[in-house]
Design a binder for this molecule. Structure first.
Ligand SMILES: [Zn+2]
Ligand SMILES: [Zn+2]
Length: 223
């Protein structure tokens, strides 16, 4: 008898395609491009090191079937002026303490902020001024990993990342291994005016399953 090696069969994880609707939004929506950010009460709208408020590119409620992060509210902010690929800083095999604030040469700090909020009940009073607000719809789909164990190359939450290069794994400063949660495909355009997020690189958001900090999310960039 030849036994099948179960470890070689990647699991099919709950996945949701993220679809961008037509706008503009005329009132707050929890799942949106632009729009009114839903932040925890103590959480300020993030500022870039340049002093400008970062733009809310998108936000969504993570579906409950997504392990570790179901029920969290994910928000992705990025400066309108500063743009580059992300550059992870590690020490002793882990991302450095407060890696979400670590320098990104030539910049003194990151030009993005990704947040997982757990008590984001109310929308901000103001909407994102630099992006046209659009609704997002999440649609469950079967993200069956392909021959190399990679998932669909699409805008999605959950499922399996479609690594453009070698898979990247990071350990949070708190000791927990970061877990993939959301993918933004290469060249995704949120409007006509910007270079997109991280110069249009594909983005794999890896987040701390221990929720040691709302900003403990690393945006892996590949192309
Ligand atoms: Zn900036
Ligand atoms: Zn952590």
């Amino acid at each position: 008898m030849v036994e099948r090696d179960a470890t070689k069969t990647p699991a099919v994880l709950p996945a949701h395609a993220i679809e961008v609707g037509t706008g503009p939004l005329d009132k707050p929506a929890r799942n949106s491009v632009g729009g009114w950010p839903f932040l925890d009460e103590a959480q300020e709208w993030p500022l870039c090191f340049c002093g400008e408020r970062m733009a809310l590119f998108f936000q969504l409620d993570i579906p409950l079937d997504v392990e570790h992060f179901g029920g969290d509210h994910l928000l992705v902010f990025h400066c309108r002026t500063h743009n580059d690929a992300s550059d992870p800083k590690t020490a002793d095999g882990r991302l450095v303490p407060r890696f979400w604030d670590a320098p990104q040469p030539p910049y003194p700090r990151p030009f993005w902020r990704v947040l997982l909020q757990r008590h984001a009940a109310l929308p901000a009073a103001e909407s994102e001024p630099s992006l046209s607000g659009l609704p997002l719809t999440l649609r469950s789909f079967v993200d069956t990993p392909g021959p190399y164990g990679i998932g669909a190359q699409t805008f999605k939450v959950g499922g399996t990342p479609s690594w453009a290069q070698e898979p990247e794994h990071y350990t949070c400063a708190c000791g927990a291994d970061l877990v993939y949660v959301c993918q933004v495909p290469e060249g995704m355009e949120f409007d006509d005016e910007s270079d997109g997020l991280f110069l249009g690189n594909e983005i794999y958001l890896l987040a701390c399953p221990s929720h040691c900090d709302p900003a403990a999310v690393w945006p892996v960039n590949q192309n």
